[in-house]
Design a protein around this ligand. Structure first.
Ligand SMILES: [Zn+2]
Length: 285
């Protein structure tokens, strides 16, 4: 997320000039067509375009500009010069800060839609003042936007990287391994469990690498590097259909630059550059 973005929940009382509006319908974002490209519309309000959103939420400021999220529930009428597009495909079309802001926006409208009623007692929830949360007036239950954390791990063995492919990847593409955090786990426990379960490999020296929001639909990807500690590749055949060790000289097709997986792989390629490892010598210890 951009350093220029400052999140907030309550909009200022008077804005009086166009803001960025991230308006969704069926998880597709409204974009204005601009020659070959697209842009996020800047509006005083969605009503300018004849839209009547079922929900709208203030997101905060990007630089000096205010930002809103909204969702239109009914099938909207065709809009001259506009289109509704899936978020993932917009990564290469929108400026990066607006793309990630759209990812934040879609999760906020998802949360608002899915937290209309208390999951415990069924009463209508009400907004909790000053927070991105809703509260049940009867039983006090709280609902925050839900995040599902996942780990993603670059496992290294000398000048080799461990990568695998899942059946839903594009043909030929391999990537580093990832998995969701289970209740009660530390992130490093998830790293060890996922690599062991999916490919039968043990790892050590787990180090934090970086993180990335992943709004498809509501993950936070937490990246790690780790070193090979033992085991032979043994795939589960369900989540993983192929796995292997790859050197910088013999890489398969890689995921696109949208994802932290590619940053982890690029980090490997930068740090593994240079001559191949010497042939293993006899262990004299
Ligand atoms: Zn309740």
């Amino acid at each position: 997320m951009s350093e220029r973005f400052v999140a907030a929940v309550e909009p200022p009382p008077e804005i009086g000039r166009p803001a960025w509006w991230f308006i969704f319908n069926q998880r597709r974002l409204l974009v204005r067509l601009n020659g070959e490209g697209v842009e996020v519309p800047r509006l005083i309000a969605p009503e300018e375009l004849g839209l009547a959103p079922a929900r709208r939420e203030y997101l905060g400021r990007l630089g000096a500009e205010h930002c809103f999220a909204a969702e239109v529930e009914v099938e909207p009428p065709p809009l001259e010069g506009h289109d509704w597009q899936g978020l993932r495909g917009l990564f290469f079309k929108l400026p990066e800060d607006l793309f990630w802001l759209a990812g934040r926006a879609i999760q906020i409208v998802d949360w608002d839609r899915m937290s209309q009623y208390c999951g415990a007692c069924g009463l209508k929830m009400v907004p909790k003042a000053g927070e991105r949360a809703k509260e049940c007036p009867r039983c006090g239950a709280l609902k925050f936007p839900r995040l599902s954390p996942a780990v993603i791990v670059m496992v290294r063995r000398g000048r080799e990287i461990l990568m695998a492919r899942s059946p839903h990847f594009l043909p030929g593409v391999f990537s580093v391994l990832a998995g969701f955090v289970e209740p009660g786990e530390r992130l490093e426990d998830t790293v060890i469990r996922e690599i062991r379960e999916e490919v039968g490999i043990e790892v050590k020296n787990i180090r934090y690498f970086g993180s990335q929001p992943w709004p498809f639909p509501n993950s936070l990807m937490v990246g790690f590097t780790a070193e090979y500690a033992g085991g032979e590749i043994r795939i589960d055949g369900r989540e993983i259909e192929a796995a292997g060790w790859f050197t910088p000289e013999k890489m398969p097709d890689l995921p696109t630059r949208i994802s932290i997986s590619r940053r982890l792989i690029d980090h490997f390629l930068e740090t593994a550059a240079g001559p191949p490892d010497p042939a293993p010598s006899a262990d004299l210890s």
